[in-house]
Design a protein around this ligand. Structure first.
Ligand code: PLP
Length: 242
């Protein structure tokens, strides 16, 4: 079998196992698997992988760097997939990201939203935005702007209200990563609570983006609507990058 065939088999097997994990987690939580969107995070992987995943039925593709995502999205523009930007978003990248991303998971500043809105309106697109929450313990004692990105829990509803007022973009919900090397349960429980408060201010903000390869079951137990999966689907990335 050729290399593409091998990769296709590998991705198909990984995808089947992943779908089973998601279905099992949903069953355990008394939820319908239809409620959970799998976002395949293809960072460090070639556009050919995106193509194979699309052929295998994956509808949502995630990327974390504009430099890599922009050309990949262009190369795959014939595919019927939604593009999710999940990485830290520098203000000077907003114009580019707004030109291809359908969902942006990492919003943590009004200035980004204004830049996204400007470009989105020019292109007549309406990206959906998630407020990234910083769930690290120190976030509560700091004004935000941490290494991993995200706003402290106490500032989320304020930012959500401001986003809701900006034209050309749609507030869709919240996103977070569980702090590394900690039990993800309290983090995702807290995210669910924050999501509830945001939803109370905006009934269209229904997305909870939480859960990666290592903790998707916990995230689903706490109501995640989107899981962002890299390694469990595409295999290990080189550890020094991304
Ligand atoms: C890379 C990445 C993921 C996927 O992580 P895995 O552990 O490989 O599943 C999810 N979310 C974000 C923000 C990422 O950068």
């Amino acid at each position: 079998m050729n290399r593409t065939g091998d990769r296709r088999e590998e991705l198909a097997a990984n995808l089947a196992a992943l779908r089973r994990r998601i279905a099992d987690a949903c069953r355990a939580a008394g939820r319908d698997p239809e409620e959970v969107t799998l976002v395949a995070v293809t960072k460090m992987c070639p556009a050919s992988d995106v193509r194979l995943l699309a052929e295998l039925g994956v509808t949502d593709i995630g990327e974390n760097r504009d430099q890599e995502a922009a050309p990949k999205a262009r190369e795959c523009s014939d595919l019927d997939v939604a593009w999710h930007f999940v990485g830290q978003l520098q203000t000077n990248k907003c114009r580019s990201v707004a030109s291809y991303a359908d969902v942006i998971h990492s919003v943590d500043r009004v200035r980004q939203v204004e830049a996204l809105s400007q470009q989105a309106r020019r292109l007549r697109r309406t990206p959906r935005l998630l407020v990234q929450v910083d769930l690290t313990a120190s976030a509560d004692h700091r004004g935000g702007g941490t290494l991993g990105g995200g706003v402290p829990p106490g500032q989320v509803t304020q930012l959500a209200r401001e986003i809701a007022k900006i034209r050309g973009v749609e507030l869709a919900g919240v996103m977070a990563m569980a702090p590394v090397a900690e039990d993800p349960n309290p983090a995702f429980a807290r995210l669910a609570d924050i999501a509830k408060r945001v939803h109370a201010t905006d009934p269209y903000a229904t997305v909870i983006s939480g859960g990666m390869s290592g903790d998707l079951e916990v995230a689903i137990a706490h109501g995640a609507t989107h899981v962002r999966i890299g390694t469990a689907l595409l295999g290990a990335r080189r550890p020094d990058v991304g």
